[in-house]
Design a protein around this ligand. Sequence first.
Ligand SMILES: [Zn+2]
Length: 199
Amino acid sequence: MGLWTSRLFVAAVLPWLTPGEEPAAPPPLSLLIFNAGASSLVMEVAREEVERILGGIGVSTEWTDTSTGTGAPNRFHVKVMVMPNDPSGWNLPFYTLGVTYIVDEVPDTIYVFMPVVEKAVGDHRFAHKIGVAVGRVIVHELAHVMNPARGHADAGLMAPRQRRRNLFGACLDLDQTSAEAFRTGLARATMLTAATNGQ
Ligand SMILES: [Zn+2]
């Protein structure tokens, strides 16, 4: 609670980055992976897909498996919770693939519901397709984290619902507006975290 309070205070006194002011090269995005629901092969493919999509908008990622590491201290991290359960009991629609809760100014946790992703892909044995789908769900939720105000797009990766073939079919990328919002949000979150930590 104290951390959020100080972040909110910092947000009040620092200028906001606006589109067009973001650095030419956005900072890397640190992901802390809590994997309780996917095989290592699925996560490997998911990582490749996240790196493909975000690499395409100039954002690199640093992955830390929390079973073996904690990530660099004093950095902005997003926690990626790969859940073994569906969202029953979460007060979410049963078809929810992933979610982030926007309760603080800078949300920092996303959840992926593996049974829902596997069911949407159609067969839990298709590790490659499932991995691609997990990667796309992660990017979709990360985009919400980076810019909660941006919301959904009419089509593509940021559409509120995804057709089955969108989950693992031919390349699906962030639209330009969502990409700019992502880069701006990442730069801002990184700056706020650094300021909060006195760097
Ligand atoms: Zn969404």
